[in-house]
Write a protein that binds this ligand. Sequence first.
Ligand code: XMP
Length: 511
Amino acid sequence: TVVILDFGSQFTQLIARRVREAGVYSEIHPCTTPVDKLRELAPRALILSGGPSSVIEPGAPTLDMGIFDLDLPILGICYGMQLLSHLLPGGRVVSSTDREYGRSEFTVAAASPLFDGLPTDRGLTVWMSHGDRVKSPPEGFSVLGSTPTVDVAAMADPARRIYALQFHPEVAHTEDGSLILHNFLFKIAGLTPGWSMSSFVASQDAALREQIGDRHVVCALSGGVDSTVVAVMLHKAIGKQLHCIFVDNGLLRLNEGEEVAAYLREHFDLNLIHVKAADLFLSLLAGVTDPEEKRKIIGRTFIEVFEREAKKLPGVEFLAQGTLYPDVIESVSFRGPSAVIKSHHNVGGLPDIMKLSLVEPLRELFKDEVRKVAVELGLPDFIIWRHPFPGPGLAIRIIGEVTPKRLDILRRADKIVQAELQASDWYRKVWQGFAVLLPLKTVGVMGDDRTYESVCAVRVVDSIDAMTADWSRVPTEILATISNRIINEVKGINRVVLDISSKPPSTIEWE
Ligand code: XMP
């Protein structure tokens, strides 16, 4: 294991993913983790992340000094590098009022195993994001490279195996960033790659059998890749001791749900309870227009329906959930508590009223790793690459009241967006693409007649983790086809607009 100590950088998760891509298991822990806890984790190397603070400020996040006695290889990145200079004798950090953000050119100044294989005859494009910089490295350290604005852009004390970089090797814009991380892991820390999704599947299978024994497990299937992977892993491990409940809330996409249910029935012979609860959900949503109110009603009703069904199953002792690693990382925020923007409810978020123990086989994984597990399990592309879909479903993509008629209109428009993205292979390039039905009517003309009908917005975004997103630059011909088809084929819509906002300041969904 490599432990990444988090100082609050937006890139911390990216470091963990890069290390895992190299075949080495990594975990993120808060920078406040005491040395005793670290000793228990028994890591083979430490990486100190970047962070938004300045080491010079009073109260800035720091490290348990005992960490240096563990004799572990350490890589400090950005804030991590500044902190090393600040804490170790002889180092000096200066602050600057200008933040440097973006590309820079790094020149290697001294040979080091960290830079093995990098071009030496030219500079390297690297990604910077910092205010402070190291003025002089601590005793025992030498300077390994610089950029036009930063004299000490890389430093090392090879005897103690402590290395540090001012730029971000984990960011894709840094040329050969992965190679630098590989050098740290393999040449400096002496690790060997062993973490892969096939090893993960094998070890989880054994762990699930061990944890569950001959007892029974219930899980909620949503049709998404996470819950499907959970169900299939459990099915492989415990067979008929697994009971899946699929709640059709009437807010799903056209035929979604049925497709997944049919696939699972056919290929895995699962115990699958398909609860058709559309009428209940729709009657409770009647007249409701407030987004948070919609979310609460849907979340609460889902839990009620799920519980009612689960209680009918005798002797169930476990609840399986598709919790992912980003949900369990203890996040450190040095910018103060963040406001609740949307009260997301996931199929995973069931309360503990049922007194069931949790089974969370994906707790250690990032989303892209879950997709790799799905490949490993032999699941089909239509499940593996399915775009994320919110728990409240189409209800939060119908601005205003959710009615059967408006649901039908949106479903048909959305189906066209899905189909055209898939036909052009943009479906896999983007994070999410969908249609939104607006509570707005405009005038149009069809044949010789005047129409007065709804507006539909098309939203397609690129993202790596849904925390930030940008609107996808889908080719205009594809957009033209989507627009033509929706207006011609979906009665009730006579105008299509494109959402060109990024997150932040907008969000991905409209509600
Ligand atoms: P936003 O709109 O917050 O969406 O930018 C970020 C990601 O989360 C999904 N989303 C939800 N997922 N319950 C969910 O399970 C919700 O209430 C919910 N709201 C948004 C959204 O589709 C995007 O992927």
